[in-house]
Design a protein around this ligand. Sequence first.
Ligand SMILES: NC(=O)c1ccc[n+]([C@@H]2O[C@H](COP(=O)([O-])OP(=O)(O)OC[C@H]3O[C@@H](n4cnc5c(N)ncnc54)[C@H](OP(=O)(O)O)[C@@H]3O)[C@@H](O)[C@H]2O)c1
Length: 262
Amino acid sequence: MDLGLKDRHAIVLGASQGLGLGVARALLGEGASVTLVARSMERLTAARADLPADEQARCDLVVAYLGEPGAVDAILDGAQRDGRVVDILVNNSGGPPTGLPSGVSVDEMSRQFDKMVQPIMALTLALLPGMRARKWGRIITIASSGVIQPIPHLPISNALRSSLVAFMKTLAGEVAADGVTVNVMAPGRIATARTQSIDSAQAKRSGRSEDEITKESASSIPAGRYGTVEEFGAVAAFLASAPASYVTGSVIRVDGGAIRSI
Ligand SMILES: NC(=O)c1ccc[n+]([C@@H]2O[C@H](COP(=O)([O-])OP(=O)(O)OC[C@H]3O[C@@H](n4cnc5c(N)ncnc54)[C@H](OP(=O)(O)O)[C@@H]3O)[C@@H](O)[C@H]2O)c1
């Protein structure tokens, strides 16, 4: 299937590793040009250096710290330089701290809102008018399985990502007739540095080994394993594609069957 991404330009947030990099690689593999965003130029440069030469040539890097003043402008300036238009926005961020809901600090919740929600809404709203005027756009937001089945030790993640799901669903209805689709992806457990650090924290809390925790977690997933960033990226590339034009307002699970509800 031709995904029709060859002349498309995407911004992918949180793209120096993990899910964001998996999505960026899938888009580049389909011929799109991609602006990779993260806090560390060193990690971004390393990620780009690992790509085939023709993909490196279609890959720009922007350093921005989501949650810091000026981040959204830096991303827009970098991605839209020389009048380039942005057809695809892949919203992503770092994950918040883990802990029990009864122990949540509201100040921390507010700080995390500024990193995980505010810049994503600001970028989405800034790019939307151009997408609507051109009658083509894709807004994809990486959330979590926790927006469907809350994860016990991730109360801030569950709460803040749910606010993004509600916003994106509302937006999808407003812009569907303009050729702009708005979808959310709900990863279950995809093997990345973030899942490893969550397993490591769980191991420390329970006095067990990280390996034991990871095996137990994998065995609770019907697929019997964590997903790969390539599997995740492939779903994102489809959502970004021309043939996905009638998929909007959806929360798409990429979870190996982990979420038990219908
Ligand atoms: N992996 C999973 O199974 C899973 C499941 C559910 C939800 N999620 C969520 O999905 C998101 C991505 O997950 P992941 O596993 O790919 O995480 P990850 O491996 O920790 O990658 C996070 C990416 O975001 C960048 N980043 C972090 N904070 C940033 C900030 N303030 N501003 C700009 N860039 C920032 C990081 O690069 P720099 O450090 O260079 O900035 C990195 O490229 C996280 O929010 C995670 O909680 C993941």
